[in-house]
Write a protein that binds this ligand. Structure first.
Ligand SMILES: [Zn+2]
Length: 487
């Protein structure tokens, strides 16, 4: 099997829960959870999330979560059902931490609101008469905590991912490097969800535990400690000083680009509302990046971590690559350096493919006669039509699909594209010069597909000669061009 000479992973994350608006995420994904309960869950999560000491060699400053001591045990735990995870998790909490948790007023209130069942009532009776009542009280509280977590987290889509992110930055980084030991450089992306999630009486803007500049400074230290990291700074058009912060830190060698995240409720280009403040900020970012030759990586699939995940207002729709096309078709912006993350998503790439038809991607005809195509089609077109548009293949979960036809279709499609490029000169730019390797690790933990993403792609690129000849471009040479670095 041919191996790539080097590997750049274009898409990773090493942030912890203290970098995310936990409350907002819970309220968005499980709207039925009362505000104070969501706040209590946020507090529990933040209490257990560790931080790394970034100024000295000590690994953690918050060694409460005992389960993590054994890495395999932690991974094994994430594979269990939600009930087992919650129960093991609460049982593993250190008494000191439980004391902190049970003295928190939000958590106390939320626990009181959990309905008593027969067993709870029995314990409560015993507490009144038994001399060991302290022990029983403790047991009862833990039991109630488990019930509370079950009520909220059973329906919470990102439960496993969030639990993984209770690790510290260093511990997350160590795990990444250990699991992907053949990777030369890891490009990590930051997210800024401030003001993206719905406000309630409990929050203003949905702040994170670490304020944004502290997040950037902590990530800067991580890069200083680990030169195999390359950072992409978060952009947030709802934040007044977002571009200023980017300007302040982009000069640091370890930060090479900007992460753009339309799933948090804004469009890459919104022609109808161009005079709105948020859209002006976005255009300012493009002017800035164009001037300084800074690459942007944008989330480009309708699925993922959205601030509004449901219904008509699903903010994932903002990721549609058609908006990038509208921007890129303006002459001033057609040389902007953009990487379309996730290559548009699994739809399209893994669907049936008929090599004899002219169409690489198959559309669906709606009842009104309109044909709609998956994002993948537009991603491909933008890559071959514009000089500096790239894409990356992180979180294409179908490479693990149990139906072998899914991956066969994907290989067939890529082969067809690469083969066609050898014979024809119709395309301005070649897709084989634009597609890049990426994983989207650590969100892969949410779906249990965190391991061997690189090996899967090495296998894919060894399937035939057309793919094999592009293996180095796919794994690092295209990324070198995009990032303007030389390994
Ligand atoms: Zn990601």
């Amino acid at each position: 099997m041919q191996q790539p000479k080097k590997i750049i992973d274009m898409h990773t994350h090493i942030f912890t829960l203290k970098y995310l608006p936990v409350y907002g995420a819970i309220k968005s994904y499980v709207p039925k959870v009362p505000d104070n309960t969501a706040k209590a869950i946020e507090k529990i999560f933040l209490y257990i999330t560790r931080s790394s000491f970034l100024n000295n060699t000590k690994q953690e400053e918050y060694p409460f979560f005992e389960v993590e001591k054994n890495e395999l045990e932690f991974d094994f735990l994430l594979e269990q059902d939600d009930n087992t995870i919650i129960s093991t998790f609460v049982d593993s909490l250190h008494d000191d931490l439980l004391n902190v948790i049970f003295s928190d007023k939000y958590i106390q209130k939320a626990i009181l609101e959990v309905e008593d069942d027969e067993v709870d009532k029995q314990y409560m009776n015993q507490i009144q008469y038994d001399e060991k009542s302290e022990v029983i009280k403790w047991y009862l509280l833990k039991r109630k905590l488990k019930k509370l977590l079950n009520i909220v987290l059973k329906g919470f889509y990102f439960f496993k991912w969030f639990l993984f992110m209770t690790k510290s930055e260093k511990s997350i980084y160590t795990k990444l490097v250990k699991r992907y030991s053949n990777t030369t450089k890891f490009v990590f992306h930051m997210l800024d969800g401030y003001e993206a999630f719905n406000d309630t009486i409990y929050t203003k803007g949905n702040p994170t535990y670490y304020k944004i500049e502290e997040q950037i400074q902590r990530m800067k230290k991580m890069v200083e400690l680990n030169p195999n990291l390359i950072g992409f700074l978060p952009f947030n058009p709802f934040r007044d000083n977002s571009l200023k912060l980017i300007d302040k830190y982009i000069g640091f060698e370890g930060f090479k680009g900007v992460k753009f995240y339309p799933s948090f409720g804004y469009k890459p280009y919104d022609r109808e509302n161009i005079s709105l403040k948020v859209n002006k900020s976005i255009i300012e970012l493009y002017d800035f990046c164009l001037n300084k030759n800074i690459p942007i990586l944008t989330h480009c699939t309708p699925d993922g971590f959205q601030s509004q995940p449901y219904g008509e207002n699903n903010s994932g729709k903002n990721c549609n690559p058609k908006y990038w096309e509208e921007l890129l078709s303006i002459p001033k912006y057609n040389r902007l350096k953009i990487c379309l993350g996730h290559a548009g998503g699994v739809d399209g790439w893994f669907d049936e493919f008929d090599e004899t038809s002219d169409e690489v991607f198959i559309g669906t005809t709606l009842s009104n006669g309109e044909v709609v195509y998956p994002y993948a089609k537009k991603v491909y077109e933008l890559c071959v039509n514009y000089p500096n548009v790239y894409c990356e293949v992180g979180f294409l979960s179908h490479i693990y699909h149990e139906n072998p036809n899914k991956i066969k279709n994907y290989i067939k499609r890529l082969t067809y594209i690469f083969k066609q490029e050898e014979n024809e000169d119709i395309k301005d730019y070649k897709f084989s010069d634009k597609i890049m390797f990426g994983t989207d690790w650590h969100i892969l933990y949410n779906h249990g597909i965190q391991d061997n993403y690189d090996k899967k792609y090495i296998e894919i690129f060894n399937k035939n000669e057309y793919l094999k000849k592009h293996i180095d471009k796919f794994f690092y040479k295209n990324a070198e061009k995009f990032l303007d670095i030389k390994l």
